[in-house]
Design a protein around this ligand. Structure first.
Ligand code: PBG
Length: 334
């Protein structure tokens, strides 16, 4: 035994890409990825999103073209965000006509060739950028009013043909409210993917530009700390994930993911539901900007991040790089 002790690290298993492939324990595939899509009401041309190379604020026209291209690249699952025009934003009367029209257009053109999850949150629909309905003096998010409005939004998505609704607001009890309203409308087949362990923090910057949803800095309530989880209290990720599972979520989520892999590992070991991870805009942009500065190889770094997510036990990866995954995995995951 002693004679072989030094070779136990076993470089023979890393000798070339064939043997590395044979012994690999972690596999990433575009089939388990979800690509976010943004469509914006009332813009004339599609706009690039700083930090998210290859992801756009699409117009209704370019959206359909984009999905056509994505299907060719092997991407079939999407997370959909529709951003209403500024004059449609409101304090509490939310208009989901644009959102519904865009879901219908996608489903009309692509039908079941695509699987469409719709993000359910009010932050793009409110004129202050918070994820729910505020009290009169606007220093507090009202939980019951918000869950009611979120359930209405989820219903609008499901009625327009969404395959999945994905509440990302972090109000308490919204999973049950959504499940109830869907059941009441004979929409019990709609999948519910809950952002159950969503932490507040510094990694959502590019997304808020894309969605025009940063909380208004002139308000007393300047950030989302009263509803998104605190990274100093990991237990809430467990409490909220168990609660959402109990309330009828089909899929749970950890978000962001790269600084939360410990939590993903523990949650996926503890709860036997499928988990998604959202490799969020700030995480993606960190890699992109380092790559743009010539410091790292961007695609290789994304591929490495995706594997780390899988190693933590997560099934589904929501990533802005899904549309490049086939190409990048082929080149770097060997
Ligand atoms: C909802 C929501 C957020 C993201 C998706 N839905 C976060 C936020 O603005 O607080 C973040 C996604 C990303 O950063 O890629 N509000």
């Amino acid at each position: 035994m002693q004679k072989y002790a030094q070779s136990l690290g076993n470089r023979r298993l890393r000798g070339n890409h064939h043997i590395r492939e044979l012994v690999a324990q972690t596999h990433v595939s575009v089939k388990e990825m979800i690509q976010p899509l943004f469509v914006v009401e009332g813009i004339a041309e599609r706009e690039a999103i700083p930090g998210l190379t290859g992801t756009y604020r699409d117009t209704p026209k370019t959206l359909l073209k984009q999905v056509e291209a994505d299907l060719k690249a092997g991407v079939e699952k999407f997370l959909f965000f529709a951003i209403p025009a500024n004059d449609k934003k409101s304090l509490h009367d939310f208009d989901h006509t644009f959102l519904q029209s865009q879901i219908r257009a996608l489903k009309k053109q692509f039908g079941d060739a695509i699987w469409l999850a719709c993000d359910v949150c009010l932050c793009s629909s409110t004129n202050h950028g918070h994820c729910g309905v505020l009290n009169d003096v606007m220093d507090h998010v009202l939980n019951p009013d918000s869950t009611r409005a979120l359930a209405q939004m989820a219903l609008a998505c499901a009625q327009a043909g969404a395959d999945c609704v994905a509440p990302s607001d972090m109000m308490d009890g919204r999973v049950r409210a959504i499940r109830d309203i869907l059941d009441d409308h004979d929409l019990s087949q709609t999948v519910l993917m809950s952002y159950s362990a969503k932490f507040g923090g510094a990694f959502y910057g590019p997304f808020r530009v894309a969605c025009d949803s940063a909380p208004d800095k002139k308000m007393k309530l300047q950030d989302r700390k009263t509803y998104q989880l605190s990274y100093r209290r990991a237990d809430d990720a467990f409490i909220c994930s168990h609660r959402d599972a109990e309330e009828g979520a089909d899929i749970l989520m950890v978000k962001p993911i790269i600084h939360y892999l410990d939590i993903a590992r523990e949650l996926t070991s503890e709860i036997r539901l499928p988990f998604a991870a959202y490799y969020v805009s700030g995480e993606h942009a960190m890699v992109e900007s380092s790559a743009a500065a010539g410091l790292i190889n961007g695609p290789a770094a994304h591929v490495e991040a995706w594997h780390a997510i899988k190693r933590a036990g997560v099934t589904i990866i929501i990533t802005y790089g899904a549309r490049y995954a086939r190409e990048w995995l082929e080149e770097y995951a060997a």
